[in-house]
Ligand binder design. Structure first.
Ligand SMILES: *Cc1c(COP(=O)(O)O)cnc(C)c1O
Length: 387
């Protein structure tokens, strides 16, 4: 139908810098807890404008550690949005605690503060907010609810690197945040994550509990083997090889983020007059998005079917993704364990059924945003004729 190359949903932007950085780690003596991870942490903390940044093996690991360091365990409840990556809820389950879902707002896909409030019980031990597709949550409304519940607030910042709220960057909006460097996030370390916090006590606990609960790091030991173990810990560190990729990436981030913002703006403007689509804003109140991707949300009444639209986009060479394919409550694990039913979280279920994520990443070539816009318009009008 056309001979233009396909546009994938996402692609890691790796070059000579990453290659050289990895080789130089391989040529050296240290593969774990070395200087490259330390440098990555320093530069990431400067970017996120937080006191601390701690490398971890994934965003999921960071969320788990965030809950562990706040003492979350069996019998506790943690409030999470019903529309998110399953990792958000799994980090709670892995500690033997119970994720309590709250529905999200139909204006943004972000957790609805009123739903958080309604979900608070005397067992609530933490609240995780997810900045959905990079748009920060309504922190002014959420913070007082957390304070009143006596619950620490944790940011799942997997898709929100460089986003801000009221001029403060994501990563420093709550007690702790966790970022993801999975290959198609804003930047990558192949696999990996970063925890940020402005609370030195919490940051030190994360450092210890990501490394077996040792009371001192390798660099703090005056002779081999001189450490005690005073805490339960896991092994959730990032290797020097992964850190080398991440450090090279963070140094290129300005250009990559500018491309995302530009591509997002072009596609959003091009699709603004397509009535059938709900497109969440990139600015809302005090929130400024990091433009992870652009979701086109098809009508709630099902008058257009996602499979029909995606079925048209694929032959046009437009790669898409779905964030996320189901309300977490309706994945079999959660449904079977807790008895959730369709209709419990209607907005999350709408997004789960009807959202299509379009690419906006720095891998797009000149002209791709316009190509995406016209393919989406064609796909929508064709899908309408099928309905
Ligand atoms: C990708 C993602 C995660 C998981 O990140 P990993 O680094 O793969 O563990 C968690 N939360 C959200 C919102 C995500 O999009």
């Amino acid at each position: 139908m056309n001979d233009l190359p396909p546009i994938p949903f996402g692609r890691p932007m790796l070059g000579q810098e990453e290659r050289e950085a990895v080789l130089s780690v391989l040529d050296g003596p240290q593969l774990v807890h070395g200087p490259v991870a330390a440098q990555f942490e320093t530069e990431f903390a400067a970017r996120a404008q937080t006191k601390s940044a701690i490398t971890v093996s994934s965003c999921t690991a960071g969320l788990y550690l965030g809950l562990l360091t706040h003492g979350v365990g069996p019998g506790d409840e943690v409030i999470v949005p019903a529309m998110t990556h399953v990792a958000t809820a799994h980090s709670v389950e892995l500690l033997g605690a119970k994720p309590v879902f709250a529905d999200v707002s139909p204006e943004s896909g972000n957790i609805d503060p009123a739903a958080i409030k309604a979900a608070v019980t005397d067992r609530t031990r933490a609240i995780i907010v997810v900045h959905y597709l990079g748009l920060p949550c309504d922190m002014d409304a959420i913070r007082p609810i957390a304070r009143e519940a006596g619950a620490p607030l944790i940011e799942d910042a997997a898709l929100a690197l460089d986003a801000s709220y009221d001029g403060v960057k994501v990563g420093g909006l709550a007690d702790l945040a966790s970022f993801s460097f999975y290959p198609v996030k804003h930047m990558t370390s192949a696999e990996g994550g970063m925890v940020t916090s402005n609370d030195e006590g919490i940051a030190n606990l994360v450092r210890r509990q990501k490394a077996f609960g040792y009371d001192r790091s390798l660099g703090e030991r005056t002779k081999p083997g001189i450490y005690d173990v005073t805490l339960l810990g896991n092994n959730l560190r990032m290797s020097e090889i992964h850190a080398a990729i991440g450090l090279a990436q963070v140094r290129k981030l300005d250009a990559m983020q500018a491309a995302r913002a530009e591509n997002f703006a072009r596609i959003a403007a091009g699709l603004a007059d397509v009535e059938e689509l709900t497109i969440f804003p990139r600015r809302l109140g005090k929130a400024e998005s990091s433009h992870y991707c652009l979701n086109i949300n098809l009508p709630r009444d099902g008058s257009l079917q996602r499979d029909d639209v995606v079925g048209e986009l694929k032959p046009a060479g437009i790669g898409t993704s779905v964030h996320y394919p189901s309300a977490v409550s309706l994945f079999s694990y959660y449904r079977d364990k807790y008895g959730y039913q369709p209709g419990d979280f209607p907005v999350a279920e709408w997004i789960g059924a009807q959202a299509i994520s379009l690419p906006v990443g720095p891998h797009l070539a000149a002209g791709d945003p316009e190509r995406i816009v016209s393919a989406v318009k064609n796909a929508v009008s064709h899908a309408k004729s099928l309905a």
